[in-house]
Design a protein around this ligand. Structure first.
Ligand code: AMP
Ligand code: GLY
Length: 426
């Protein structure tokens, strides 16, 4: 079959790499893709939110399946757009409907969903300019730290963890009265701070059944030792030593299964990945957030650890046959290290030449490209996160060490990467 993959990050390069290993994949198209995905298929210069052009490209290229990488087209309704047109209705879109994507697109929607279906999460209040004073009282009477979240998509910047009431009140005012996050912050969720260890759990669901994928942890802060500003993710590891079968059983029973049952009960159409951002508080999992897609860089460790044919998995998802699928996992550990442009997550240079990509890659390592593009004969930087090296090892530290070594063989001006990914797991 012919497949269109939407997105342009390291996540999409990892997906593209895996899709082309399937005998079932005839032609792979990526929109818009990057210089790495161009090694796996044909990049189409179409923006992820241009549904008209994406539909037209699917018809022209006889595409049978669309895999949506990032959240934005999902939240904007790409699934419904394809479903609602007779010319594209037959194409299987892997990703939730517009309404179901609200699990990521609106924090208030996600919190109400969890409350309705009894899924453990932080206690919260929801405020707009209409009940502004109630919000002020809620914050004044709340324990510290306290968490403020812009309701809508805010490019990963909409969550603030405040240590002082006065700071929380000031941020609350900035969000609701000064439009700090634009429309995304017109509604604010104020919630309890959850303590514990963060982890990410992923499932693929067809709306009836689900399969559990390998878990992962990502490293969000730019600096070593988890310091400095938040980023899209500087690295990821999988599996996690503290995730044992008793903990996973709790995650399934108290979180995953009630979520799938809730989707069914609320008639939310969902055939795609669910990314559960969880907090493990002494063996008790709680949901921090839902994402309606895979993570980046989590995909770069999760997908290489899955032995199944990805096209078979996605076909079973589209046909609601995931009950017939058994996930086979590579038992080795994987560690992904991300190289970013100096200055990221602030300002950085673009179109800087990258060296070393044509050199030999060590056995047990993979190079995925993120913000890269072809410029003449060169591959140059084209974004904050530029390259990802994933390596396998018997332990996380062995895998991370090899990724660091491979990273040192790659070069671009002002390149930076964290050399401590997986530091807490010896
Ligand atoms: P989100 O944008 O929802 O992924 O939140 C960003 C990050 O903020 C999460 O990955 C957590 O590290 C942190 N966070 C969000 N909500 C909470 C909470 N209720 N308690 C503790 N940390 C939180
Ligand atoms: N790495 C976090 C995310 O993809 O949301």
């Amino acid at each position: 079959m012919n497949i269109l993959l939407i997105g342009s990050g390291g996540r999409e390069h990892a997906f593209a790499w895996k899709l082309t290993q399937s005998k079932l994949c005839d032609k792979l198209f990526i929109a818009p893709g990057n210089a790495g995905t161009a090694l796996c298929g044909t990049n189409l210069p179409i923006a992820v939110n241009d549904f008209e052009l994406l539909s037209a490209a699917c018809i022209t290229n006889k595409v049978d399946m669309v895999l949506v990488g990032p959240e934005e087209p999902l939240v904007k309704g790409i699934y419904d757009h394809f479903q609602n047109s007779p010319a594209t209705k037959h194409i299987a879109v892997i990703g939730p409907s517009k309404e179901a994507s609200q699990l990521e697109g609106s924090k208030a929607f996600a919190k109400a969903f969890m409350q309705r279906h009894n899924i453990p999460t932080a206690a919260y209040g929801e405020f707009t300019t209409e009940n502004y004073n109630e919000g002020v009282d809620y914050i004044k009477n709340h324990s510290l730290p306290i968490v403020l979240k812009a309701d809508g998509l805010a490019a990963g910047k909409g969550v603030l963890i405040c240590q002082h009431t006065i700071e929380a009140l000031s941020e609350f005012e900035l969000m609701l009265r000064q439009s700090k996050f634009g429309d995304a912050g017109k509604k604010v969720v104020v919630e309890e701070f959850l303590k514990g260890i963060e982890l990410s759990v992923f499932v693929l669901t067809d709306g009836q059944n689900y399969v559990l994928l390998p878990e992962a942890k990502d490293y969000k802060r730019v600096g070593e030792g988890d310091t400095g500003l938040n980023t899209g993710g500087m690295g990821a590891v999988s599996p996690l030593p503290f995730v044992n079968s008793a903990f996973l059983q709790k995650v399934k029973e108290t979180i995953i299964e009630p979520t799938i049952a809730g989707l069914k009960k609320d008639k939310l159409e969902y055939r795609g990945f669910i990314f559960f951002g969880l907090m493990n508080d002494d063996g008790d999992p709680k949901v921090i957030e839902y994402n309606c897609r895979m993570g980046d860089p989590e995909t770069e460790v999760v997908i290489p650890r899955i032995k199944n044919d990805l096209v078979e998995l996605l076909t079973a998802t589209a046909q609601q046959q995931l009950n017939k699928v058994v996930i086979e996992t590579d038992s080795r550990c994987a560690a992904a290290v991300v190289a970013v442009s100096g200055g990221y997550p602030g300002d950085y240079k673009s179109e800087v030449a990258i060296e070393g990509l044509a050199d030999e890659v060590l056995e047990n390592s993979l190079i995925f490209q993120s913000g890269t593009k072809q410029l003449g004969n060169d591959i140059v930087t084209n974004g904050g996160r530029v390259l990802v090296v994933t390596s396998f090892g018997d332990t996380i530290s062995e895998a991370a060490e090899q990724s660091n070594y491979m990273m040192e063989q790659l070069y671009f001006e002002d390149m930076y990467f964290r050399s401590d990914i997986g530091y807490e797991f010896p």
